[in-house]
Design a protein. Structure first.
Lengths: 217, 256
């Protein structure tokens, strides 16, 4: 296998090494390279731009300082990713320590995710479904969103997520399950499944109206 | 609907799928699902949720103001690192958080809007994102003089006390020297972070605007006091800041 890219591009590890050696630009380049990915992690985990920006900054400063302790048994991206996740978890704890906002934590009155009816093969509609999903994620309570993002979006094994969250694996699973139930109407539009006991999505106006008809799949 | 009685709630079905129901509930749910096509469909859909989440794009264009903030934070960390290494791990970050332009906070209040922006405009991060956010959302480098005076938006430190207290304490003597040097640098090179950057401040204090430069988390605005033959360096949050958003005590140096 030959590498197709002719342009000599320093590897992530090279950049990190250069940074540790005192290269003033290397770390910035590393961040520029991965910030979109890391931003997605922070924003989805926290569901709020302000918090995500704070967490990302904390994480990058942390990575900046700890670069010397990076050991290459993991990829630099994995390492950065993990630092961002940890910064996000710190934020969540920090926020939880503040006087609570009126959102109750059993999630019962979390705004329901209103199904949008759409044909999924239309790229525009796919985009719209993604947007709905992102918004829906952001409305989940922290205690459900964070495990769900770690496990379903970021693909961490439940055991790892449990360790990061300092929760029993069973709790992580059960919170993920609750969160998925809330997202369900988005993915199965027009199919209310069990009649009358969908989680409170009857009192919220639909954020997107795509016109009538069109069950998914 | 079916002989199996009322449908389990979606949450119960989700817990069933995830295998976290206790044995009794799992058994009764299983026997219901066996007989109920509706719930079988819900179960199938639930199994599709992780896949749909996994399919979300791995990247989202980082908003410009966030990217600018990261760049500034890293630059400050470099500056800091060249003086002291390691040391206290919280000073800079804490200082930064308070010092970072409040515009970021304003921009942040549009979390979901921002998501809409990213999807609507696709890859390039959306040049309108900042404008969508409305006034106060300008990025650090773009705010220029537009939000002169008391701009809208949450520009006050969250922690209640005077926004200055903590920052002042954390500004060490070396920082003052840095500010003085940077002030002279602006005088010599006539740098401007953006056209008119700092004019609001100049108007407010009644001095002539010399120039401006990005400094740490904020903007160093340099003013000239011709009567005293002095330059004043004032570190503020953004180009449009007045003294209300000072990040440090002003420094004065003689006009070189």
């Amino acid at each position: 296998m030959t590498r197709p890219s002719p342009a000599p591009r320093p590897s992530d590890e090279d950049l990190l090494r250069r940074h540790v050696a005192g290269d003033a630009d290397a770390f910035g380049e590393l961040v520029a390279r991965h910030q979109d990915r890391l931003w997605a992690v922070a924003l989805r985990t926290l569901g709020d731009q302000h918090d995500a920006a704070d967490a990302l900054q904390d994480a990058m400063i942390n990575a900046f300082r700890r670069a010397g302790s990076f050991r290459s048994e993991s990829a630099v991206t994995t390492w950065l990713h993990r630092i961002v996740v940890n910064a996000c978890l710190d934020r969540v704890r920090h926020n939880a320590a503040r006087p609570a906002d009126p959102v109750a934590f059993d999630g019962s009155e979390v705004p329901g995710v209103t199904p949008s009816t759409m044909a999924v093969d239309d790229p525009a509609e796919r985009t719209s479904m993604r947007l709905d999903l992102e918004q829906a994620l952001a409305t989940l309570p922290d205690e459900q969103r964070v495990p769900l993002v770690l496990v379903d979006v970021e693909g961490y094994p439940v055991a790892d997520a449990a360790q990061m969250l300092d929760l029993p694996a069973g709790t992580v699973k059960s919170r993920c399950a609750r969160a998925r139930a809330k997202l369900l109407p988005l993915l199965a539009p027009g199919r209310s499944g069990t009649t009358g006991n969908q989680p409170g999505n009857d009192d919220v106006p639909s954020p997107t109206t795509h016109g009538p008809g069109g069950e998914q799949r | 609907m079916t002989s199996a009685g009322t449908h389990p709630a979606p949450v119960t079905l989700a817990e069933y799928v995830e295998g976290v129901l206790d044995d009794d509930s799992a058994r009764s749910t299983a026997s219901h699902v066996d007989e109920c096509p509706t719930c079988r469909q819900v179960v199938d859909d639930l199994r599709g949720v992780p896949a749909a989440l996994r399919d979300l794009p791995a990247e989202m264009p980082v908003p410009e103001h966030v990217s600018a903030r990261l760049t500034a934070a890293i630059a400050a960390e470099h500056a800091r690192g060249s003086q002291t290494h390691a040391g206290d791990d919280h000073g800079t970050v804490a200082w930064f958080r308070r010092g970072v332009p409040r515009a970021v906070a304003a921009a942040a209040s549009i979390a979901v809007l921002g998501l809409a922006g990213y999807i609507a405009v696709g890859g390039d991060g959306g040049p309108d994102e900042a404008t969508t956010a409305g006034s106060g959302a300008e990025s650090l480098s773009e705010s220029a003089g537009e939000n002169a005076g008391s701009g809208p938006g949450p520009r006050v430190a969250e922690d209640g006390g005077s926004p200055l207290d903590g920052q002042m304490q954390e500004l060490e003597a070396s920082t003052v020297t840095e500010l003085e040097q940077a002030t002279r640098g602006v005088w010599e090179n006539r740098t401007e972070m953006a056209p008119g950057c700092g004019s609001a401040l100049a108007d407010q204090v009644g001095l002539e605007l010399v120039g401006s430069v990005e400094h740490g988390s904020g903007v160093l605005v340099v003013l000239e006091n011709p009567d005293a033959a002095q330059l004043e360096g004032r570190l503020v949050s953004t180009c449009g800041s007045t003294t209300a958003e000072a990040l440090a005590a002003p420094v004065t140096v003689p006009v070189p």
